[in-house]
Write a protein that binds this ligand. Structure first.
Ligand code: FES
Ligand code: FES
Length: 226
């Protein structure tokens, strides 16, 4: 048997100690080196500065770029009129007006709305100076629990503007003729706003009155799609 080189013995001992240490810690030497080379991940979420114009007032905010407009309105600006129902664009409770167009605020990011005019239910009227639709909802008993009401009213404001501008809906019979506002048009156009209380017939009456056609409201159909 050849003589064992003491230098080689030293080297083997040192290597064994190093590998043993790494194994005890659960890492191979290469993994330890790779981990040391990794940059430390930041635990602070990125934020960005945005300017939101809401109900005529400008608000400078630092926000997570992933925040929805609905959450920015409710949690940062404390405008809690807009409600979070489904948080996925299906109930209409969060409807606001953006540049006069109705929009489900749960489906748009706050950072996308810089430079736009956002109107919430708080900006449509005041307790002493109600918007005509707010007054009509009260007059016609268009709400019960009231959860859907801000979204219903904002949606109705946008919807009547769409009719006035001649924008057709799915039930518009003649695309070349002036739009005839009426029961079926209102039902179809408001179908994205759900009401768990089933106040639909009264909501229809309120909208019909503001549209200048009182008496067109349909008979009550609780839970029916508008
Ligand atoms: S909460 Fe936005 S549509 Fe339901
Ligand atoms: S009034 Fe209660 S959900 Fe519409």
């Amino acid at each position: 048997m050849p003589d064992f080189d003491p230098n080689r013995r030293q080297l083997l001992k040192a290597s064994t100690a190093a590998v043993g240490g790494a194994a005890a810690s659960g890492f191979a030497p290469q993994a330890v080196a790779a981990a040391a080379a990794q940059p430390t991940a930041s635990t602070t979420p990125a934020t960005m500065s945005i300017l939101l114009r809401v109900n005529g007032t400008e608000h400078q905010l630092m926000v997570d770029p992933r925040i929805t407009l609905l959450d920015a309105l409710r949690e940062r600006l404390h405008l809690t009129g807009s409600k979070k129902g489904c948080d996925q664009g299906q109930c209409g409770a969060c409807t606001v007006l953006i540049d006069g167009r109705r929009t489900t605020s749960c489906l748009t990011l706050a950072v996308m709305q810089e430079g736009h005019d956002i109107t919430t239910i708080e900006g449509l009227g005041t307790p002493t100076s109600l918007h005509p639709l707010q007054a009509a909802f009260i007059k016609h008993d268009g709400f019960q629990c009231g959860f859907c009401t801000p979204g219903q009213i904002c949606s109705a404001v946008g919807m009547l503007a769409e009719v006035k501008a001649g924008m057709p809906s799915h039930v518009t019979a003649d695309l070349n003729a002036a739009i005839e506002p009426g029961d079926m048009e209102f039902r179809e156009r408001m179908s994205g706003n759900l009401c768990r209380c089933g106040a639909y017939s009264n909501i229809q009456e309120a909208i019909a009155e503001v549209a200048g056609m009182p008496g067109q409201a349909p008979s009550a159909t609780p839970g029916a799609k508008q």
